[in-house]
Design a protein around this ligand. Sequence first.
Ligand code: FAD
Length: 421
Amino acid sequence: MIYDVAIIGGGPSGLMAAITASQNGANCILIDKGNKLGRKLAISGGGRCNVTNVLPDEELIDHIPGNGRFLYSAFSIFNNQSIIQFFESLGVALKEEDKGRMFPVSNSAKEVVQVLLNQLDKLNVTTKKDSPVKTIHYGDSTHTVTLNTGENIIARTVIIAVGGKSVPQTGSTGDGYAWAKKAGHTVTDLYPTEVPLTSKEPFIKERVLQGLSLRDIVISVLNPKGKTIKSHRWDIIFTHQGISGPAALRLSQFVVKALKKFKTKEVTVTIDSFPNENEEQVFQKLMKLAKDSPKRAIKTVWKGIVPERYLHFLLEKAGIPLDQTYAHLPNQDVRNVAKLLKAFPIQVNGTLSIEKAFITGGGVSLKEIVPNTMGSKIMPGLYFCGEVLDIHGYTGGFNITAAFSTGHVAGKSAAEYSTTV
Ligand SMILES: Cc1cc2nc3c(=O)[nH]c(=O)nc-3n(C[C@H](O)[C@H](O)[C@H](O)COP(=O)(O)OP(=O)(O)OC[C@H]3O[C@@H](n4cnc5c(N)ncnc54)[C@H](O)[C@@H]3O)c2cc1C
């Protein structure tokens, strides 16, 4: 039997590709190595399944720093609004949360995955689980997908939707890159993105701030000359290895790139606890509080400006005893505290591994992919979608949006192409 479309990988991109190809009249087979489809989708967004993000296309693209502009064509065919309509037409009510993130009203990732699986059934897509693909043999008019068992599946078109290398226990172990290279494609350098930062600073090693969250701060990575390369405003949390939390995750790819670019072992990351005020204003605020209660210890008068643990830590860094009062407080000491509150520097030496990252940066080079079909410019009848491509966004539904969008486009194009061979 020759299938019109063989889709390898049952993540969001592969599931959407299979559904769309089938809706476009193709006889499809979806092959996955695991015993469950959509495993990563089911744990996204804290297990509630962050199906998409409702921001306008332009802003969506801004939130996909890894080649988001490549997605203009795909979004013009199937964007976040299309994803919302797709799920709502299947009876999944969605709700918007902070920063445009869309979740099922049920908060149930299972519901989202189940409707995708129901669609596969309804459209008679052949699904083959527990079937790791070993390799692809490329032919002239058909391609052959060979499973680890030795079984061969022949199809007019093949869609590679096997994801990246991150969180391999979900099945994404980077198998697609070798198949892409075999077809003549370039795979760009792979690196972890959306991943906690690591540091060897004594206060990190000694777990002085472990578990402490700082809300609505600005975290920045600096170049060796002290100039800001990139900043993100949101929350962070100190861990036993470094810094995590959404703002740190967003900064991580810029840390990875800076370490590489400047060939240094460490880069400086700063934390600004008062993004809306400059250093002078913070200094004046501290002075006023201290002056207003001249006989009280500064640990008491400054209580509440930042979390207490952080305040005590910074006062210690500035060499100021916690029970100092205004009467004995040199202006320069207050300036030093203001400086630390505006830009507390931390030497960061890297990130956790690609396996521990939420997303894989790099992938199949987009120079060799047609943006409005997701087809290979090198191998006829070969398509790619999802994280296997050199596309990565911030967490918040942007990667899933890219996966659904590229999956839709690949499925549609592969179905159309299969009728011509
Ligand atoms: C914990 C976590 C939370 C996340 N949260 C968010 C979020 O909030 N927002 C966001 O946008 N993104 C998030 N992501 C990222 C998002 O889930 C992924 O970008 C997305 O799932 C990628 O989809 P995909 O279809 O390309 O690949 P995947 O979802 O990785 O699916 C790939 C599939 O291919 C199969 N496969 C792999 N190799 C083979 C093989 N050799 N043979 C057969 N099958 C194979 C795998 O079993 C798997 O089912 C999160 C990721 C993680 C790990």
